[in-house]
Design a protein around this ligand. Structure first.
Ligand code: ADP
Ligand code: MG
Length: 249
């Protein structure tokens, strides 16, 4: 069904509105996250960043508008949401690992259940991703025996083991002690460098400046600016972004 190359899958938000009851939290969001590039989303707490990100894999269903993953409209009635969702990996602030399973089991479970891989194949793929995030020797531990940074890297390995075309990160480092942030950002930076399409909600402005090809500012559910990081940080066009950057930089 899809003919996009893996590294090149663009995510398009086309006029997305989202309301919870009578509270409209996203207003006519139009955004393309280009294939193979990193798009960072920044903005104040409550501005709709998580909601927008969650619309990209239908964890939230938009009230209006369309979301396309490559050429496929995930929001169309009749879309095979479960299958399309396997194309979009997501990493959350609080890791969302299964606490009673080992690291290895955390990374093999969905491969077997959702993709139908054999146990051997799932283990082989899990080990290669655990090695790539620097956790080769920890596969028999349970999440509580790991640091937050290690747990988050397990969550990233788990998402990558599903061979996603797009990775979504929702404040992946916000729950971590400062000394653990670096290792997780390094993994994300590496992934970006290898051409993964990424949408990254973050407060790490340095990461946004150095890694992103596009930075987007959300404020009160509206997309106020989107630009290359140099322009975004050095020449903000709106007073809202200028004052936001003053607070966070
Ligand atoms: P951010 O990630 O930028 O902090 P969110 O997307 O989490 O913002 O939230 C945007 C707005 O939507 C907030 O006012 C929040 O309270 C509201 N909201 C988010 N999720 C829900 C929900 N499931 N039910 C009701 N309101 C929600
Ligand atoms: Mg959020």
């Amino acid at each position: 069904m899809t003919t996009m190359t893996r590294a090149g899958t663009t995510v398009r938000f086309e006029h997305i509105d989202k309301s919870f009851g009578d509270h409209q939290v996203l207003h006519d969001i139009v955004l393309a996250a280009p294939g193979g590039a990193t798009t960072c989303v920044v903005g104040p707490s409550g501005s709709g960043k998580s909601t927008l990100l969650r619309c990209a894999n239908l964890l939230e269903v938009p009230s209006a508008g369309r979301v396309l993953i490559g050429e496929e409209a995930i929001t169309d009635p009749g879309a095979d949401v479960d299958r399309i969702r396997t194309r979009v990996g997501m990493v959350f602030q609080n890791f969302h690992l299964f606490p009673h399973h080992t690291v290895l089991h955390n990374v093999t479970l969905a491969q077997q259940k959702v993709l139908g891989r054999s146990r051997d194949e799932a283990v082989r793929i899990a080990r290669s991703h655990l090695a790539s995030v620097g956790l080769a020797r920890l596969e028999d531990r349970r999440p509580e025996q790991l640091s937050g940074g290690q747990q988050q890297r397990v969550a990233i390995a788990r998402a990558l083991a599903m061979d996603p075309e797009v990775m979504l990160f929702d404040e992946a480092t916000s729950a971590l002690d400062p000394e653990l942030v670096k290792g997780v950002l390094a993994v994300m930076r590496d992934l970006a460098g290898r051409g993964m399409t990424m949408i990254v909600v973050t407060h790490e402005m340095r990461f946004a400046r150095e890694v992103a090809q596009q930075v987007v500012f959300l404020d009160q559910g509206r997309l106020l600016e989107s630009a290359h990081p140099t322009e975004f940080f050095d020449s903000p066009r709106t007073d809202r972004l200028r004052s936001f950057l003053k607070q966070v930089l």
